[in-house]
Design a protein around this ligand. Structure first.
Ligand code: NAP
Length: 246
């Protein structure tokens, strides 16, 4: 029987989630990663981790659909016994100014970034409560703290994630389950590749450390919060933004 602890990372096929999956696998977790659309990229990530000699599997679970999440927990996670770490990382943007933002664009962003995280956390907590151990890490955003023009939907979802983190932390503390949030600043991934060179330069100049962040900057913090050493940290929001919001 495999006794390594299990970490579930949503949106693990690309970007920040991929780096988190790799680093958790390197630190001894069996990683269950999820993706929504791009199987080829998910398979590639899985292969990269396995070729390094670590354990990972990828599953197609669209976190906007609660029935896909519950089916995944029923058929994959519960039979594995327990879950040690959940990283709610899957996220999307559908940007637009308030006056032109469609209801659907608001709902879609809330569904993936906030409601999806809530359902994953609820299902994970059912298992973690039984084993009286768990780490839930929610990937929010600096935008949830300071707002951003054109991202009313995304800012609402990411700010909601912060409130949810603190409430869950209070509910689950008595079972030794910690719940924390990370608020990345501007990180180089597909999500930020639409930035023009001018915008990139503008943002870099306004970041005290003088550069955009990397996916590894975020993954390193997740590995720490997921570790046994972080057992007295809960309900916290860790900004990783080069000093942009401090
Ligand atoms: P990304 O490169 O666009 O990757 C997004 C990941 O989420 C992909 O694996 C994608 O899988 C998955 N995903 C998208 N919709 C999904 C859904 N409905 N169900 C399940 N998985 C879904 O994004 P990223 O930049 O790495 O961002 C990761 C997280 O960090 C997000 O929550 C984002 O809001 C947050 N964040 C990012 C930045 C930044 O500057 N990049 C800053 C602050 C916070 P598919 O390819 O299969 O769709």
């Amino acid at each position: 029987m495999n006794t390594a602890p299990i970490a579930l990372v949503t949106g693990a096929s690309r970007g920040i989630g991929k780096a988190i999956a790799k680093e958790l696998a390197k630190s001894g977790f069996i990683v269950y990663g999820t993706y929504a659309h791009n199987k080829a990229e998910a398979d590639e990530t899985c292969k990269e981790i396995q070729e390094l000699g670590f354990q990972a599997q990828m599953f197609q679970v669209n976190v906007a659909h609660s029935e896909e999440i519950t089916a995944f927990f029923d058929t994959v996670v519960k039979p594995a016994g327990t879950l040690h770490v959940l990283v709610n990382n899957a996220g999307i943007t559908k940007d637009g100014l308030l006056l032109r933002m469609k209801d659907q664009d608001f709902d879609d962003v809330i569904s993936v970034n906030l409601r999806g995280a809530f359902i994953c956390a609820r299902e994970a907590a059912k298992l973690m409560v039984k084993s009286r151990y768990g780490r839930i890490i929610n990937i929010s955003s600096i935008v949830g703290e300071m707002g951003n023009a054109g991202q009313v939907n995304y800012a609402a979802a990411k700010a909601g994630l912060l409130g949810m983190t603190k409430a869950m932390a209070k509910e689950l503390a008595s079972r030794s389950i910690t719940v924390n949030a990370i608020t990345p600043g501007f990180i180089t991934t597909d999500m930020t590749k639409e930035l023009t060179d001018d915008m990139r330069e503008h943002y870099s100049k306004s970041i005290p450390l003088g550069r955009l962040g990397t996916v590894d900057d975020i993954a390193a913090a997740v590995v720490f919060l997921a570790s046994a050493q972080a057992s007295y940290i809960t309900g916290q929001v860790l900004g990783i933004n080069g000093g942009l919001y401090c």
